[in-house]
Ligand binder design. Structure first.
Ligand SMILES: Nc1nc2c(c(=O)[nH]1)N[C@H]1C(S)=C(S)[C@@H](COP(=O)(O)O)O[C@H]1N2
Ligand SMILES: [Mo]
Length: 414
């Protein structure tokens, strides 16, 4: 067999590639990806997907939706922590994933394709594993960096991809665990950076250009670099500016009461002053009865304050902002629902096109006294970019449910 073909073991000449490296990287990924999977499922539940078809256009999750639960409103930083962990960890694991793929590349090209049925299944599961892992990392990063480039919706793609991946991952980890443990125990000598004798699966290695320890340090260093340049997007002030690799989700917000991160500006979604002025804008509240309110009339209702963050699915979040406005449960009462019997809520924005102009909230979110139709933030009227004249803010909810430029609230069971 020619040495120039990738199907020949001799084609892959790095002596670093070997069971110990593969196993160490595998253990790191086992732990990291388990956290990614769990925080991902939790994040999906936070999005109220089964208040369909409003929040998710592919309502029928069937069996895979078995675990969905009503997302709580406490603690208020719940989504912020969950999503910050999911995105930051996912980005930091990229070098580990790439190194792991590099370390097993020869296996993907092995000939003959299958020696037995068992071997065929193992290779098939490896293909599914590699394919779906790449799919999840690529869709996740694209979503964060390029702002929902997907046809249809990102959520079902990433959600189904995660389940395909996890099935292959569990099978793979179970099959490989005995080998992993053996490799890590047997080759302790490798820890000093010495290379153990060439193995039979790397018969014609080139001389090493870095030690195995050097390679691991490179991978770990790359991970730490990504972590250090991403994690700042979860904080305010100078720390936020360290997030040089994170997309800032919009223009620099500047300073002052509205000086915190903006997802989409009013200009970007075509919401103009002609529609938001006090003369033009009316809030329509529907339910058992319909009420139309101007901004001045909203001020005749009791106003309350709540300190709550904005936490985006893309992994950035702000610290607590001081919101002030009308309680959603008071508006439910205006729409004819008794206190304590608040229904779900469908929210619509002035925005006419694009994503996130509508969202559905669950009854427990409507009932929480901190859930507001906010008119003010940090002591000033909302800025146009943060949703003037009125926006939703709900404790612990993903940013995407906090609709800006609200025009209509429809109370009722969804
Ligand atoms: N009408 C409307 N509301 C919206 C959005 C939008 O694009 N249009 N973006 C949502 C998303 S994804 C987030 S993270 C928050 C961001 O709020 P902020 O821009 O005030 O920080 O607003 C939400 N509300
Ligand atoms: Mo968002």
């Amino acid at each position: 067999m020619s040495e120039r073909l990738p199907t020949s073991p001799a084609f892959w000449r790095s002596p670093l590639r070997g069971p110990r490296l593969t196993s160490l990287l595998g253990v790191v990924l086992l732990a990291g990806i388990t956290v990614l999977f769990v925080t991902g499922l939790v994040s999906y539940a936070a999005y109220n997907p089964n208040l369909s078809p409003v929040n998710d256009k592919t309502p029928d999750k069937g069996l895979l939706g078995f675990y969905l639960f009503a997302w709580p409103t406490d603690p208020p930083w719940l989504y912020r922590l969950n999503q910050g962990t999911h995105v930051t960890l996912g980005i930091a694991l990229i070098p580990v994933l790439l190194a792991k793929l590099w370390s097993v590349i020869p296996k993907l090209f092995e000939l003959p394709p299958a020696r037995s049925l068992g071997h065929a299944l193992e290779r098939l599961s490896l293909l599914v594993l590699v394919g779906s892992a790449l799919f999840e990392f690529v869709t996740g990063v694209l979503n964060v960096q390029l702002d929902y480039v997907f046809p249809g919706s990102f959520y079902p793609l990433h959600f189904y991809g995660a389940w395909v991946f996890f099935a292959a991952f569990v099978a793979h980890a179970a099959l490989k665990m005995p080998t992993v443990l053996r490799n890590i125990r047997r080759e302790r000598g490798g820890e000093t950076g010495e290379l153990v004798a060439p193995r039979s699966d790397a018969p014609t290695s080139d001389p090493p250009t870095v030690s195995r320890r050097g390679a691991l340090q490179f991978v770990g260093g790359s991970s730490l670099f990504l972590l250090a340049t991403t994690v700042g997007q979860n904080f305010d002030g100078p720390l936020r500016r360290t997030a040089i690799l994170a997309p800032h989700g919009g223009p620099e917000p500047g300073s002052g009461p509205g000086g915190f991160q903006i997802n989409k500006t009013a200009a970007a979604v075509g919401v103009g002053a002609d529609e938001t002025s006090d003369e033009a804008w009316r809030l329509v509240v529907e339910g058992r009865r319909t009420v139309r309110l101007s901004r001045a009339q909203l001020h005749e209702l009791p106003l309350y304050s709540a300190a709550l963050p904005i936490a985006c699915v893309e992994g950035w979040s702000t610290g607590d902002q001081w919101w002030r406005g009308v309680r959603l449960r008071d508006l439910a009462e205006l729409a004819g629902y008794d206190r304590g019997r608040e229904p779900d809520l469908f929210v619509e924005s002035l925005q006419r096109a694009g994503s996130f102009r509508r969202a559905a909230l669950r009854d427990n979110q409507v009932r929480d006294p901190r859930s507001l139709l906010a008119l003010y933030v940090n002591g000033e009227p909302l800025t146009p970019d943060h949703g003037y004249p009125a926006r939703i803010i709900v404790p612990a909810a993903p940013g995407v449910l906090n609709t800006k430029w609200v025009s209509r609230l429809t109370f009722g069971d969804l």
